[in-house]
Design a protein around this ligand. Structure first.
Ligand code: ADE
Ligand code: ZN
Length: 325
């Protein structure tokens, strides 16, 4: 029998968590007060009252305004440290954490403020037995010029993050819009991943661009690939990772997408389970494993296979991989 202890205590890698999506109501209120920002909410109940969404656009409309409370380097440090402590309790041994610099620089916060605060937390996470790394995401609903600008601003700090990703509103924002930026990132030795959110318009086309043209190492969500068996075979052969987030999927698509995850697992694709925006979708990574296990009656072997895939699809060294696999 699969218990909550089993899913939470299993050693795992977190490859799909947005640090801004770990901003819990309590910390949001605390930072709002500290930074003298009127967020229009004074109690945890009032913050929670505002958490209403049923698709990607309605989620993002709640998500971005909440970030206004993040202003100083210390705020980013505190946000990341709070997450890493929760991750440690979920027995996360390795974390590759997304951040959205444009969501902060567009409000006048300096890139260096964001990265220095987050990076310092990743260094301190070593004391929690977590190997934590950062992935800088481009906001795909902003222009390619804006992506270019943030990439050039970030490159002098490239020892502080290990890759680039692509997130935000996918509608009418195909991966190829950022082809040039992905190429530059790859030329600088950065890893590359990108979101292909569940059940989006042109989802399969976006997945095809990521796999066949850009050559990403992972796709975040991306489970719509099951609609094209040839593409699944290609992804399996290339060893591309797919980071699926059951509780997020349930909000965004009213479906945890467990059937798709199991199909990919059976076909030898490196699919794994993650948390996306845990403060918004009702649970951290252990809860995501547990919810999926309950709903789809997963065996311990299947759960272990998903956890092993999380290390296999991670960007740790081959030596570290051998330790976990
Ligand atoms: N930013 C934070 N969470 C996201 C998601 N699930 N999809 C796209 N952008 C995001
Ligand atoms: Zn995501």
């Amino acid at each position: 029998e699969v218990t909550r202890d089993f899913t939470h205590n299993l050693p795992k890698a977190e490859l799909h968590v947005h640090i801004e999506g770990t901003l819990e109501p309590e910390l949001k209120l605390k930072l709002a007060q500290k930074n003298n920002i009127d967020i229009g909410q004074k109690t945890i109940a009032e913050v929670e009252e505002n958490l209403k969404y049923d698709d990607l656009a309605s989620f993002l409309a709640v998500y971005y305004p909440a970030m206004e409370v993040l202003v100083h380097e210390e705020d980013f440090y505190e946000l990341a440290m709070a997450y890493l402590k929760k991750a440690a309790k979920n027995n996360v041994r390795h974390a590759e954490i997304f951040f959205d610099p444009q969501a902060h620089t567009s409000r006048g916060v300096k890139f260096e403020t964001v990265i220095n605060g987050l990076y310092r937390a990743t260094v301190d996470a070593r004391a929690l037995n977590i190997d934590a790394r950062l992935i800088m995401c481009f906001l795909r609903d902003l222009s390619r010029e804006s992506a270019r600008k943030i990439l050039l601003e970030a490159l002098p700090y490239k020892d502080k993050f290990i890759g680039v990703g692509l997130d935000s509103d996918e509608h009418n924002n195909p991966p190829m819009k950022f082809f040039n930026q992905f190429c530059t990132a790859q030329e600088h030795g950065l890893h590359v991943t990108a979101h292909a959110d569940v059940d989006q318009v042109n989802s399969l086309e976006h997945i095809r661009e990521l796999l066949e043209v850009i050559g990403v190492e992972r796709i975040d969500h991306g489970t719509n690939i099951v609609e094209d068996p040839d593409l699944v075979e290609f992804a399996a052969k290339q060893g591309v990772g797919f980071t699926s987030c059951p509780l997020s999927n349930d909000f965004i698509a009213s479906d945890m997408k467990g059937k798709e995850v199991l199909e990919l697992l059976a076909k030898g694709v490196k699919v794994s389970i993650h948390s996306d925006d845990p403060a918004y979708f009702g649970g951290y990574i252990g809860d995501n494993y547990y919810a999926l296990a309950q709903k789809y009656d997963l065996t311990k072997e299947q759960i272990v296979a998903l956890a092993k895939n999380s290390f296999a699809a991670s960007w740790i060294s081959e030596q570290q991989k051998a330790f976990y696999l």
